[in-house]
Design a binder for this molecule. Structure first.
Ligand SMILES: [Zn+2]
Length: 280
């Protein structure tokens, strides 16, 4: 992996190299950092993974705007991951599409789509300026849907999709509630294996089985980390207990504002905003 500083505006296309850029690396409550959302870029394709409340400002810091985003993949329904989604959708509907751009692509499983729409997005998006004519908007009016297909349910649910040359494997994580003992008991939350090379935990408690499942296949692992014991995120002291060779390729992400590089000396480091992670 090669790290390069972002130069603005960040290009959303490249020569075909897999590229990861974090819009932010902070927690849901971050005030200095932006929230943990990321862009996957490869060739002509880009996929925005999550878009929280800080998403619009984070895009601006990269010299981009919501107008530039073509494809979104929401991992779960917390506000630091979908809090900017209504905004992104309305920018697409009122500005991008009238200027000739396509409907927003959304990568979402069949199991998660009804939850995201009925419990989160519908309230702000269904009613619109056309309601006087009796017409409400549906999910399909707003998004072109791309559905990852299930490949297994044991020991946890895994889905897969190929999106214009970017292969994504979505796996269930055990994030909430605190009492859930396994992903099967937990609310739907996904992590990702990107192009069979890069692991992104998404939001998860410490889950040794998950790490073991992907450690061999992943060149680099970006893992959720909390500096203090936490009911719904991975505590760094638990992560310190995994083998050294796995820690050596693990970057911590979704961390508190105050965190410095000193905290991550047992790992590959902290994932950083403003860096292009390139996988030639
Ligand atoms: Zn979360």
């Amino acid at each position: 992996m090669v790290e390069q500083p972002v130069s603005t505006p960040l290009a959303l296309t490249n020569d075909g190299t897999l590229e990861i850029v974090f819009l932010g690396t902070g927690t849901a409550f971050a005030r200095r950092l932006f929230q943990t959302n990321l862009l996957i870029i490869k060739g002509e394709e880009h996929i925005l993974v999550d878009f929280g409340m800080t998403g619009p400002q984070a895009l601006q810091s990269l010299g981009l705007s919501a107008m530039d985003i073509r494809t979104i993949l929401p991992t779960h329904s917390h506000s630091d991951h979908i809090g900017g989604l209504e905004y992104l959708t309305l920018v697409n509907r009122y500005f991008a599409r009238p200027s000739g751009k396509d409907k927003l692509n959304m990568i979402i499983t069949d199991e998660y789509r009804p939850l995201l729409w009925e419990m989160s997005l519908r309230g702000g998006l269904e009613y619109n300026e056309q309601n006087a004519e009796g017409r409400r908007l549906s999910f399909e009016d707003l998004y072109t849907t791309h559905v990852p297909q299930p490949i297994t349910v044991e020991p946890r649910s895994i889905f897969s999709i190929m999106m214009n040359g970017i292969k994504l494997e979505l796996f269930h994580t055990n994030h909430i509630p605190g009492e859930a003992d396994s992903p099967k008991d937990a609310f739907i939350t996904y992590g990702l294996l990107i192009d069979d090379r890069v692991f992104f935990s998404g939001d998860t408690k410490f889950d040794r089985d998950l790490i073991d499942m992907y450690a061999d296949r992943a060149e680099i692992m970006f893992h959720d980390a909390s500096m203090t014991p936490n009911q719904v995120h991975a505590w760094i002291d638990d992560l310190r207990g995994i083998p050294e060779d796995i820690r050596a390729k693990m970057f911590l992400v979704h961390y508190q504002d105050e965190l410095t590089d000193d905290a991550a000396t047992d790992f590959a480091g902290l994932a950083k905003q403003g860096v292009r992670y390139l996988f030639p």
